[in-house]
Design a binder for this molecule. Structure first.
Ligand SMILES: [Zn+2]
Length: 68
């Protein structure tokens, strides 16, 4: 088994997985292209969410609580 002590690792901002900081990791600091796209997507989605967040009307009726 080879030691990984000499390899610097960073945490993937999306899934918090340890990512080895090597030339092979083209998506660093993300662990994969998928995580990179997810992070970019969340940025875009949050901007949209702030612009028009659908607010659910609160209902204090006990009958509706039964279905939750
Ligand atoms: Zn990841």
């Amino acid at each position: 088994m080879s030691s990984t002590a000499s390899i610097l690792t960073v945490k993937c901002p999306t899934c918090q997985r340890a990512v080895p900081w090597t030339a092979e990791q083209t998506f660093k600091p993300f662990c994969s292209e998928r995580c990179k796209l997810i992070d970019l997507g969340e940025w875009a989605m949050e901007e949209r969410r702030i612009a028009g967040e659908p607010l659910l009307p609160e209902d204090d009726n006990d009958d509706t609580r039964f279905f939750q």
